[in-house]
Every structure is written in structure tokens, then in C-alpha cells.
Design a protein around this ligand. Structure first.
Ligand code: AMP
Length: 473
């Protein structure tokens, strides 16, 4: 099938040609005709399948057809997404596809001032792309109302729930007019998502399921370098200097501090790069992402949380500077390359204390990652001997990263960041043989202040234990 065979108006066909799409992807082919008939849709698909155009094009067509006009402080279509990055990405798609029409698109998200967002809503918009927190905030301030809404899209529903947005979603849904067309997208359909979909969609929606792009892992060429932690920066630098074909490189670092350290090493070597993580302002994150997309910088260093939802075409190489401790994260990371049928290369660094993570990744992917060319090691400084102190420091750093990093990153940006991390944090998996940070309760009690023990001698609990024979008198 060709796009020209779909009943889309000329300005949309022109925009499709301008963005270079020739054939609809499977989800587009299956969704667009039903959506144009005004049906509700349940789409089981993830980013990378072309789902944005699958809902954006028919919505734009129906907005053009309806002949209605936007009223002040209202929107005609609402697209709800979990993160700022995704919201910006989807709004950009709408703007591209609607570039030859008079349809307006506005994007609102938390973590930045709301003045310009409120201004853009004064005269009303056709398409509003929003994250839930900021949307409810602006509704509360009467900057926008949903009373004239015609189309509602809930995108990335499973991630929304993971991130703790369920109450916000319910609040938004309660504000929607009864008569509307609904689209619900989720990559997975566990029970709670199915129940949520049933509260939003009209009965018997069209169901479109697009198989997860058969894990493109087979198309990704992988390399592994076993390297001690302190020489990872030097190795990355050497590989980049040696291989000019590494043009659009995404480097994943476990921590924000680590990401900054990597950029310092690369900048010193003259490699154009930038870091994105929770400590960077929204403006700087967007600027870094834009420069990376436009290939003004060669390397983007990101933490997993900051990289969520980032969709950049043609990433040539993904580096796992640190291995993730959740193996599924590895699959998400390297899936940033080899998009849209292209090949890609993923290079992973594994320090001695990451061997366990490597085994978990190889078990999950059922692929033994081949080792890269060891000749590169000759160009690196000799390995430094680990002292017991440095080993302890590294292990402790790792413990802190695992247990604290997501929380800290969440705090660094306002609205969306908190829930973002509810889904992103994972408890430390390993019991490490080092002292845990001292707990408050371990500090000596203040004079005159008795530490409360639940079963201190003479307490009721202690008496009961004694009576049951658990402890001797
Ligand atoms: P999405 O799943 O909507 O995030 O889209 C993933 C990528 O596929 C984006 O970079 C889109 O621009 C691109 N894309 C969407 N539809 C098509 C198409 N029919 N042909 C080629 N590329 C497409």
C-alpha cells in the first residue's frame, strides 16, 4: 500500500512526501482507515513502529473535515504523554504533518515556567500535546478547558501507570466531554492497563496489535571490552578518535556524575559532545538533544532516565559505558541504534565488578557478546593497581548509585520528574560485602533519651515471647 492510496487530503499528502515517508508502516496501514471512520482504537505498539503518524494523520484529517474552529482557551484534540521529551517529539510530528494546513499544535509540560504555555492557549489550539501534571495545573488555573474536545489520545499508557500517573489520568478523563473519539496506546497490556482502557474507550474498539519490532538485536553488531573502571574514559576516547565512522554516538552512563566526567574527557580530546541528565535544566537538555539530532555534536552522553523516550534517527553507535544492572535496560539502550531497518553497532564496557550484570544480559538476550579488537588496549595508559581502599570506594559508589540515583534525579526537575522515577527506580539487586551507610537508628542515643525497642526486656512483646517460650526468661 502507498500513502497516496489513503483518503488523506492534499496538504497532508504533501507533508508526508516532505518528511520522506513512502509506504505506511503496518500500524499505520491498520489504524488509519478505521480512525478515519470515527472508531475508537486500542493500539498495542511501542515507539519505533510509526504509531505517532498512525494517530496524528487521521486526527488531522478529521480536524480538517469537521469544519469547526478552535475556541479561546480550548483544544480540539488532546494527546497525553508521560514525559516532556515524548510530548515534544509528538508535538513536532503533528507540526510537521500539519505544516501545509492552518491547524495549530501546542505542547505543554512541567519543569519549566508556564507563562509562555498559558499565552499559547489564550486563543485556543487545535492539537494540545501534554503531560498530565502540567495539564491539570493549567486547567486548574483556567488557562485551558477540555469542554470542546473531540479527540483524546492516551499514549504510552503502561509507562504512564508505571510512573504513577493513574490518578492524574482519571482526573483528566473525568473532565472530558462524553462525545469524543478515543485512542489508547500501550506497549503492553497487563490487567490494570486493560481495565484503564475499558474506562476510556467506547465498547468494541478496533484493536490493532503490532508485534514488538522483532528485537532488532540480531541486526545490531555488538562488541565487548573488558576494562577496569578508571580506563573506560580513555578507551572511549581512543575508539572515537580511531573510528571517524562513529558519527552519531549515544553513550549511556549509570550516573549523572559519570556522564559529566565522560563529557569532560571527550571535550578535552576535541570530541564535540553534551550530556543530558536530571541535573541539567530542561532548556539545556533540549538544546543538547537538538544539537545531537542535527549532528552538530557527535556524542550524546545520557543516563537511562534522561534518555527515556528520546527518539533520534540514525544513531550509528550505542556505548554502554557502564552496564545497566537491569538487563532489560540493556535491550532498550541498544535498540536506539538499528532503527527503521538499518544496522547499528553497540559497544559495551565491562569492569570486573560488572561481570554479574554482563552474565544477566547475555542470559536475557541469549547472545554471547564477542570481544572487540584488543589492539586498542595498547594505546591506553597501563591499568592502575586497585588498592583495598579504591576497591571499597568503587563498591560503595556502586551501592549508592543503585540505591539513590533515581531518587536524586527525580528531585532535580519539578512536575514530571517524580513519577518518572517511580517507574525508573529498581531496588539494588546485589547484596554487596561492604558496610551499609550508617542508619540514623545506629547513632548513639542522646542522654536521657531511651531508644525504643519493640521487645525490650520488660516490654509487653518481650513478655509475650517469653510466655510462648521463644526466649528464655
Ligand atoms: P514512532 O513510532 O511514531 O515514534 O516513529 C518512529 C520513527 O519512524 C520516526 O522517526 C518517524 O518519523 C518514522 N516513521 C513513521 N512512519 C514512517 C513511515 N511510514 N515511513 C518511514 N518512516 C516512518
Amino acid at each position: 500500500m502507498l500513502f497516496s492510496e489513503l483518503p488523506l487530503a492534499n496538504p497532508l499528502q504533501r507533508a508526508i512526501r516532505a518528511v520522506g515517508y513512502k509506504q505506511p508502516t503496518p500500524i499505520q496501514e491498520q489504524s488509519i482507515p478505521s480512525l478515519l471512520e470515527g472508531k475508537d482504537l486500542l493500539g498495542i505498539a511501542q515507539t519505533g513502529t510509526g504509531k505517532t503518524a498512525a494517530f496524528a494523520l487521521p486526527i488531522l484529517q478529521l480536524l480538517l473535515d469537521s469544519g469547526k474552529f478552535r475556541a479561546p482557551k480550548t483544544c480540539r484534540a488532546l494527546i497525553l504523554l508521560p514525559t516532556r521529551e515524548l510530548a515534544i517529539q509528538v508535538a513536532d510530528c503533528f507540526k510537521q504533518y500539519a505544516q501545509f494546513t492552518a491547524i495549530s499544535t501546542t505542547c505543554i509540560f512541567g519543569g519549566v515556567g508556564d507563562a509562555s504555555q498559558k499565552n499559547s492557549l489564550i486563543r485556543g489550539v487545535d492539537v494540545l500535546v501534554a503531560t498530565p501534571g502540567r495539564l491539570l495545573d493549567l486547567i486548574g488555573q483556567k488557562a485551558v478547558s477540555l469542554k470542546a474536545l473531540e479527540f483524546f489520545v492516551l499514549d504510552e499508557a503502561d509507562r504512564m501507570l508505571d510512573m504513577g500517573f493513574i490518578h492524574d489520568i482519571r482526573k483528566v478523563v473525568a473532565l472530558l466531554p462524553q462525545k469524543r473519539q478515543n485512542l489508547f496506546f500501550s506497549a503492553t497490556m497487563p490487567d490494570d492497563i486493560t481495565k484503564l482502557a475499558a474506562t476510556i474507550l467506547r465498547p468494541n474498539p478496533v484493536r490493532v496489535e503490532v508485534a514488538l519490532q522483532s528485537t532488532p538485536i540480531e541486526r545490531i553488531r555488538q562488541e565487548l571490552y573488558r576494562i577496569d573502571k578508571c580506563r573506560k574514559g580513555a578507551l572511549l576516547k581512543e575508539l572515537l578518535l580511531e573510528h571517524p565512522e562513529m558519527k552519531k554516538v549515544l553513550v549511556f552512563s549509570r550516573t549523572k556524575h559519570g556522564a559529566d566526567k565522560v563529557t569532560r574527557v571527550l571535550e578535552k580530546a576535541g570530541v564535540k559532545c553534551a550530556a543530558i541528565h536530571g541535573n541539567k535544566s530542561q532548556t539545556r537538555r533540549q538544546e543538547a538533544l537538538k544539537n545531537f539530532k542535527e549532528e552538530k555534536i557527535r556524542v550524546l552522553v545520557a543516563t537511562d532516565i534522561a534518555a527515556r523516550g528520546i527518539d533520534v534517527d540514525d544513531v550509528s553507535h550505542v556505548f554502554n559505558y557502564d552496564l545497566p544492572d537491569v538487563p532489560e535496560t540493556f535491550v532498550h539502550r541498544i535498540g536506539r541504534t538499528a532503527r527503521a531497518g538499518k544496522d547499528g553497532i553497540a559497544i559495551s564496557f565491562c569492569a570486573p565488578d560488572e561481570e554479574q550484570d554482563l552474565r544477566a544480559i547475555e542470559k536475557l538476550t541469549k547472545i554471547k557478546i564477542p570481544e572487540g579488537d584488543k589492539a586498542i588496549f595498547e594505546k591506553l595508559p597501563p591499568p592502575q593497581k586497585e588498592t583495598p581502599e579504591s576497591e571499597m570506594r568503587n563498591a560503595r559508589g556502586r551501592f549508592h548509585q543503585q540505591s539513590r540515583q533515581p531518587k536524586k534525579e527525580a528531585r532535580s526537575s519539578k512536575n514530571e520528574a517524580r513519577p518518572e522515577n517511580r517507574g525508573g527506580s529498581s531496588p539494588p539487586k546485589k547484596a554487596l560485602n561492604q558496610p551499609a551507610p550508617q542508619q540514623k537508628s545506629e547513632q548513639p542515643p542522646k542522654p536521657g533519651h531511651h531508644k525504643r525497642h519493640r521487645n525490650r526486656p520488660g516490654s509487653r512483646a518481650r513478655r509475650r515471647m517469653r510466655e510462648s517460650g521463644d526466649i528464655p526468661n
